[in-house]
Design a protein around this ligand. Sequence first.
Ligand code: CTP
Length: 433
Amino acid sequence: MNVLTGRRILVGVSGGIAAYKTPELVRELRRAGAEVQVVMTRSAAQFVTATSLQAVSGNPVRDTLWDPAAEAQMGHIELARWADLILIAPATADRLARLAHGFADDLLGAICLASTAPIALAPAMNHVMWQAPATRRNLELLAADGVHLIGPEVGDQACGETGPGRMSEPADLARAVTELLAQGLEGTARAPVHSIGQNQPLLGHHVVITAGPTREAIDPVRFISNHSSGKQGYALAAAALAAGARVTLISGPVAESVPVGVTLVAVESARDMHAAALTAAPGSDLFIAVAAVADYRPSTVAEQKIKKTDRKESGLSLELVENPDIVAAVAALPDAPVVVGFAAETHDALAHARGKLSRKGLDAIVVNDVSRQDIGFGTDENAATLIWADGEITLPKQSKADLSRAILDTLIELFMPRFVRQLANTNPDNAAK
Ligand code: CTP
């Protein structure tokens, strides 16, 4: 049974252009089994009609505190009590401000104030409004209240500009809501899905990470692979998300779960990963190659399972050909993002890593000693040295989550001016400033 089956979701619609996506969101939630009631603000009616929201939700849509007939049926206090979760999509800058300060001068504001249900917001606004100091302050207040934030995404905006502030897609919102309710958060202390607040240095930036092993097929049932668990790459994805970035995780097959809010691109072979990386990396700010990519693949893949009887007297030989070097290909892109590699070494670690740094055209490389049993592949801890052109820093043994934060902090310190320039490049207005 789906987590959303029978759950009561109150969808609040405020007045932004993204409201045209709300009927699709309501349909997604209902398809997943949720009961939905919609409350819209006066300005939302400029962008979407109550009739269509009523049709998709199967319930009358409420839009005012002052409708005696509607209040007689289900008053705003009852609606506030009815909800297992309140999702405001889109949440405009004005709505964030009202919510942060507890305004109750319209139906949606009054319901939010009168409810103990978790509140999730899907912000949607122009990127300058999203980054405005007043919006930042309101987000900090809302974060302190435990309001959950889903998105926003970075991308083309209705105003014709590009940047952070685009509402997440209905399917992504429905997934995030499922995750929230699966965590059993209703009625308990609220904790943000995206941590929001002051410490979001990567807000508005796109980070692409490769993780896990690749699988190189021999025949339909066999492959060549390695011991990579994906733990370090997934921990870095979570750390980048917490730092405010939009994160794309290109991952080979692993058992790790994908942090909510991270976009997963699942791949198998090195060539799949190469194609996915070259699709995601252009326009991104930071590319971190954590994947343990198979350097070689069988030159041919048998169409049918190789049988023991196929082998020759001398046994069975596999001819291997080299795979493309993914991180070097990204580093060679025109307008490449900041590119960071990982090197797992068993001897002469620092010298080998410096060689890879220059050979692959990287900005930095994280090197660790995989001959140590207590760290690296499959374990929860790791120690590393982060090396760049004219410096290095030793990061002692710690959890992969802490190490990820330490790596990101150092990368932000070293390369932030380049991230900022790239954000400016994607927005002609900023570039002119
Ligand atoms: N890498 C990559 N594509 C490949 C091989 C490696 O993107 N085909 C990346 C890894 O994700 C890692 C870095 O390159 O960030 C170094 O990987 P490593 O396997 O240590 O490098 P190799 O060039 O394969 O060197 P070695 O001879 O040590 O195997």
